[in-house]
Design a protein around this ligand. Sequence first.
Ligand code: NAD
Ligand code: ZN
Length: 380
Amino acid sequence: MDIGKDEGVIKCKAAVAWEPNKPLVIEEIEVAPPQANEVRIKIVATGVCHTDLYHLFEGMHKDGFPAVLGHEGAGIVESVGPGVIEFQPGDKVIPLFIYQCRECRFCKSPKTNQCEKGWAADRYDVMASAESRFTCKGKKILQFMGTSTFSEYTVVNQMAVAKIDPTAPLDKVCLLGCGVCTGYGAAVNTAKVEPGSTCAVFGLGAVGLAAVMGCKAAGAKKIIAVDINPEKFEKAKVFGATDFLNPKDHSKPISQVLSKMTNGGVDFSLECVGNVGVMRSALESCVKGWGVSVLVGWTDLYDVATRPIQLIAGRTWKGSLFGGFKSKDGVPQMVKAYLDKKVKLDEFVTHNMTLAQVNDAIELMKHGECIRTVLSVSPQ
Ligand code: NAD
Ligand code: ZN
C-alpha cells in the first residue's frame, strides 16, 4: 500500500475481474478517499463464496464488469468521510452487502431485512455498481455487491458496515459477511424451524452447512443433508445432520425418496444450491398442510416453477436474502455468538490462501473441493 500523490488516494493490490469467464488479475488499483458518509476499510481477510463464481461464470451480465469481486470480508477502518461518527480508524468491521439505513419502511418493519438503499435495492441483475471509488489503468472499476473484498482497501457507505467485537479473529468472522449468516438465518429467521421438526437441506457448501447448523440450533430432530457430492456428508455431520442423501444413488425423484423416508414429507426444506430444478424438488419434498421451503441459492437466469396444487395443498414457498438478518444489527450479534461458542465458524474453513492465490481458490470451489477458502488480504 502506498498513499499516492493525489490527496488521500491509496494505491493497493486488488483482484480485478476484467471480463466474464476469465481468471481474475492482480492489479495495482487506486482507491479514492471516502466521501460523505463513507468508510474506507483495510480488508484483512475474505472468504470466497459461490456468488462470486456465479457473477464470473454463470450470470455474466456484461454491465457488471470490470469489477472487484468478493463480498465476505472483514477488516479495519482506515479513514472515514465527512458525517461519519459511528466509526473511527482502527475499528474492526464487516462490510455488508445489504444496507440497513434504519429509516426506510423496510428497515422500520420487523418483517424484513430488505433495506431500500444500496445496490441491492434494484440491481440484482448487474450485481455491481459504478458507485465505486476504484480506478485501474485509467478505467472505472465497479464495486461488486457494494463491498468488493478482493482488494486491500475498499470504500463502503456507513449504512453497509457493521462494527464488531475488537477481539474477533477477522480470518474467521469474515464468513459472517455472507455464507454463514445466510444459511443459519435462512433456517432460524426465514423458515423458522421448530423444535422436534424434520428438515432437509439441499446443497452442502458453506451456506447449506450453516443452514444445517441453524436447523440444529432451532431444535430440529431430524436433519437430512442432500448433496450430489457425497464427500460433503462427513462435514454435514459435524454441523448436526442426522441423515444423508445423494440424489445420484436413487432412480426416483428425490422428493419421492424424502417423502417416503419421512412419512409424507419434511416440515422444512432449504435450497442452498442455486438451481431451479432443485428449488422445485425442495418444495415438493415438503409435507402438505404446513411444509415450508426456503430458496437460498442464487440464480437469476431461469424461472422457477411448480404445479399450483403443491401450494394449494398448504405448502409455503419463501426466499431468504442474507438469512433475513438486518445486516448492521445481525452481524455483530452473530460475531458475539461465535465468541460465546454458540455458532461454529472454524469448521467451515478448509483452506487458507493469500489474495494472490484467488484463482486457485475459485478453482477449488468450482470443483467442489473446499467449503470455504479464506484469503488473507492485508496484514493486520
Ligand atoms: P458451494 O458451491 O460451496 O455449494 C453448493 C453445493 O451444492 C455443493 O456442495 C454442490 O455439490 C451442491 N449441489 C450442486 N448441485 C446439486 C444438486 N443437484 N443437488 C444437491 N446438491 C447439489 O456454494 P455456497 O457458497 O455454499 O453457496 C450456495 C448457494 O447460495 C449459491 O447459489 C450462492 O450463490 C447462494 N447464496 C445466496 C445468498 C443469499 O443471500 N440468498 C447468499 C450467499 C450465497
Ligand atoms: Zn456470498
